[in-house]
Write a new protein. Structure first.
Length: 504
């Protein structure tokens, strides 16, 4: 179990916030008998994707809409413990040129930190939400989530996703791209269908080969299209190719998505429905889908289940770190030694250095994978490791967590590069520097790669220092380790930590 996770008790409140590219959602749930029971749900149409400018910034109007919405959400979340709230930003925030310029005021408005997740992590969380809402099955299922800026495709079985893809097409972005002035023509529709189909061909053969027994849509777009299909009486339950073709044909003949063209369509969703229909239509053709049923659960419910799993010791990040270490053939015994010594150091200084359970997790994970770069080359292996950690798809990790882990590991040897730490959000910089200092010391103490680790007799901390009290005669038994520690003083100084060596 992660060091900071506390077991959930019946009655505890959990909340999940989804900063989507079309709408912002929030759900609040009470934990009861191992599951989240929803007690409140809020949704606001922000259309963040429509405010993304070509230079990677948000226009002032959509920025204001987003911050005002988050302020209202924040009022509802007031009083909830920070570890029981998870807020996640998706495609549009991923694409911002300087996301912290938006995230800092957004976090102040919400009153909680906001994670930016990769497309594949978004897909994993969507699967968590959907799979817990459906009857148990041992057969493959396909899930499609059409968002405002991206669409996720997942094939999984039971509670485990097996294939995940995130494509840069969404109902808002596609409508703005292919029907920018609101005019819908047959030529534009065919262009949209063809271009989206080409994107889907990148993984279509793999998905068709894997196969599925049922297909589910997990987004407001799919639910809206299912409502239109029912109003058209086109094909009975769920979405089908004839139903989608009928919707598209109505829009083409009308020349726009004006009111009453599609029965059952809300006024709010009408401006972006064309992009949603053509995405689903192209997915049917590329993947050979026969019917798509709508599911009420999506990523926000997945976040709730993910929090429950973490609190119960089922943290996917642990599995991701273990899988990464296996993939790159790290020496498990050495990694365990470094992790053990690093944890001893942290426990001695955590109070003075204000390091919480999140820092302890980061240090433990960094120790387990600090040598993955050796699989590429010994020279500069810390930099190879940092690159791997920065660019891998690690289930359970958000972008900040991956950047933090990469910065710590890349700085674990040679001259530290403070720029890697300064690229992190302000609240993470001091913990990152201090965790890095502890990892560096643990690696030095374990340099001999033997079970006999030369441990200090005492470890003491000041607010910006660590004192290692070495046993008398220790320097004669461990001259190389002593020389390493003495040389390390300047390196730790660059991290804002003073290393003191004394005799016990």
């Amino acid at each position: 179990m992660p060091a900071h996770a506390r077991p959930l008790r019946d009655g505890d409140l959990l909340a999940a916030v989804d900063l989507g590219s079309n709408s912002f959602h929030m759900v609040v749930a009470r934990y009861e008998q191992g599951a989240p029971r929803l007690i409140d749900r809020l949704r606001e149409s922000v259309r963040l994707a429509a405010g993304l400018r070509t230079d990677g910034t948000l226009d002032p109007a959509h920025r204001a809409l987003a911050l005002n919405c988050l302020s209202r959400f924040g009022q509802r979340l007031a009083g909830l413990r920070p570890e029981r709230v998870r807020a996640v930003a998706t495609n549009t925030v991923r694409r911002l040129r300087a996301p912290q310029g938006f995230l800092r005021p957004a976090e102040r408005a919400l009153g909680h930190s906001i994670e930016v997740v990769s497309g594949r992590e978004e897909a994993r969380l969507i699967w968590q939400g959907v799979s817990h809402a459906l009857p148990s099955s041992r057969r493959n299922r396909l899930v499609i989530d059409v968002g405002g800026g991206s669409t996720e495709f997942i094939i999984g079985r039971g509670l485990e996703p097996r294939l995940t893809e995130s494509v840069q097409i969404g109902c808002v972005a596609s409508t703005l791209r292919f029907f920018p002035d609101g005019r819908i023509t047959r030529r534009r529709w065919r262009q949209a269908f063809d271009e989206i189909g080409v994107l889907l061909q990148q993984f279509a053969a793999q998905y068709r080969s894997a196969g599925w027994h049922e297909a589910w849509g997990a987004s407001g777009t799919v639910k809206a299209l299912a409502a239109i299909a029912r109003a058209l009486d086109a094909g009975g339950r769920g979405l089908t190719t004839p139903a989608l073709d009928a919707m598209g044909e109505r829009l083409i003949r009308a020349g726009s998505a004006r009111e009453n063209v599609l029965p059952g369509l809300s006024k709010e969703r009408a401006p972006i429905v064309a992009g949603g229909i053509v995405i689903v239509q192209a997915a049917f053709a590329a993947l050979g889908i026969e019917r798509l049923d709508a599911c009420d659960n999506s990523m926000r419910e997945g976040l709730l289940w993910d929090m429950i799993g973490r609190a119960a010791g089922r943290d996917p990040r642990v599995g991701s770190v273990q899988a990464l270490a296996r993939r790159y053939g790290t020496e498990s015994a050495q990694a365990a030694r470094v992790a053990g010594v690093a944890d001893e150091l942290l426990l001695a200084v955590q109070h003075k250095w204000r390091l919480d359970g999140n820092a302890r997790d980061t240090l433990a994970w960094a120790a387990r994978v600090h040598e993955i770069g050796l699989s590429i080359a010994h020279s500069q292996h810390h930099r190879h490791a940092g690159y791997i950690l920065r660019h891998s798809d690690l289930a359970g990790f958000n972008r900040e967590e991956q950047q933090l882990l990469a910065a710590v590991v890349e700085n674990h040897r040679r001259k530290p590069n403070p720029a890697l730490i300064n690229e992190l959000p302000l609240r993470l910089r001091e913990p990152a520097a201090r965790v890095t200092a502890l990892l560096r010391l643990a690696v030095l103490l374990c340099r001999a790669r033997s079970a006999d680790v030369p441990r200090p007799r005492r470890i003491e901390a000041g607010t910006q220092s660590i004192r290692l009290a070495l046993p008398r005669g220790w320097s004669r038994s461990h001259p190389l380790t002593l020389a390493d520690l003495q040389a390390e003083r300047d390196s730790l100084k660059a991290l804002g930590v003073r290393l003191l060596l004394t005799r016990a």
